[in-house]
Design a protein. Structure first.
Lengths: 146, 167
């Protein structure tokens, strides 16, 4: 792996971790508002909205932290990939249904982010996570070979 | 070989998920138990506050609103716009969109005497129209104004009576 790629990977890993840590930390403070934003997607039954609002921010924070400190990067990146796919599916469904809702991605009750913009943002995060995951995977292989 | 390398990733992901679930549930246990048992909230928090009030309407939970609704002790007021009202509202609710308050207040007064108990709602959670409308109704001379925080989504999801159609 050349040096540039290696450093790029570290930078992206930390940036991705910071984004997820930030997104999760904002939501931990206001689970009720987040539950409302999840409910607005009209995908889950009543209680599941609250349960998701209780757990998801912590999941984001943990994944973000692991990515930032560089521990268990493969698993954290894989989890971020999975989360991003779920977010994108939810946003796409909301767009198709024509729901005029806030994405609820970061600050709750802030200015409304259009669904297509949130979708594009998630696509960028997804590609970052894939890049980080591939790098971590390769590193794992190198170690097991040596 | 491949499964050997992939298994730990899945295992680690599961572990991260479990940890987040645990912390999330412990951290939010009060909110979750409230959400789980609207009935438990009713049992401990029986009475609807009888009088008020400054300029801020008092919030009510689902069960308290249902109690008032069943006893027909309150007029339910929908603060959302007309299309939202037409798409679905609490059965028997009066429509008074916040945006049309100035124009609609006279007609509203004809239906709701100043002594009436009003319960204002909108789309729940982070919809602030009901709070705003409640404050302005207090300002307009109504004495007993409450806000149903869970709003239409909570009411509908609880399976309580709803209706469709224009005001």
């Amino acid at each position: 792996m050349n040096l540039f790629r290696k450093h790029l990977r570290s930078v992206l890993r930390i940036a991705l971790g910071a984004v997820f840590f930030y997104a999760g930390a904002l939501k931990i403070n206001d689970p009720q508002a987040f539950a409302g934003n999840i409910a607005a997607y009209k995908l889950l039954p009543y209680f599941a909205n609250y349960l998701t609002a209780a757990i998801l921010p912590w999941l984001e924070v943990f994944c973000g932290l692991l990515l930032i400190i560089g521990l268990r990067v493969r698993a954290a990146a894989a989890m971020v990939i999975l989360l991003n796919l779920i977010f994108m599916a939810a946003l796409a469904v909301a767009m198709v249904r024509g729901l005029d809702i806030d994405c609820g991605c970061f600050k709750q009750g802030g200015s409304k982010t259009p669904a297509w913009l949130a979708l594009a943002r998630d696509a960028v995060l997804l590609s970052m996570a894939l890049f980080v995951f591939r790098g971590a995977n390769r590193k794992e292989k190198d170690i097991s070979l040596s | 070989m491949k499964t050997n390398r992939n298994l730990p990733v899945i295992a680690e992901m599961t572990l991260i998920l479990l940890l987040a679930t645990l912390v999330g549930i412990v951290w939010n246990h009060r909110l979750l138990s409230d959400a789980w048992s609207g009935k438990a909230v009713l049992a401990t928090q029986k009475s609807v506050p009888s009088t008020q009030q400054g300029t801020t309407p008092l919030p009510l939970g689902l069960m308290q609103v249902k109690e008032l609704y069943d006893r027909k002790e309150a007029l339910i007021v929908d603060a959302r716009d007309n299309p939202s009202f037409a798409a679905g509202h609490i059965k028997g609710a009066l429509s008074l969109p916040l945006g049309e308050l100035d124009a609609g207040l006279a007609a509203f007064r004809a239906k709701a005497p100043p002594t009436a108990t009003l319960v204002v709602y909108c789309n729940g959670f982070n919809c602030h129209d009901s709070m705003e409308l409640g404050s302005r109704l207090l300002g307009a001379g109504y004495r007993k104004v409450f806000v149903f925080l869970g709003g239409y989504p909570e009411w509908r999801d609880a399976g309580y009576p709803i209706a469709e159609g224009p005001p």
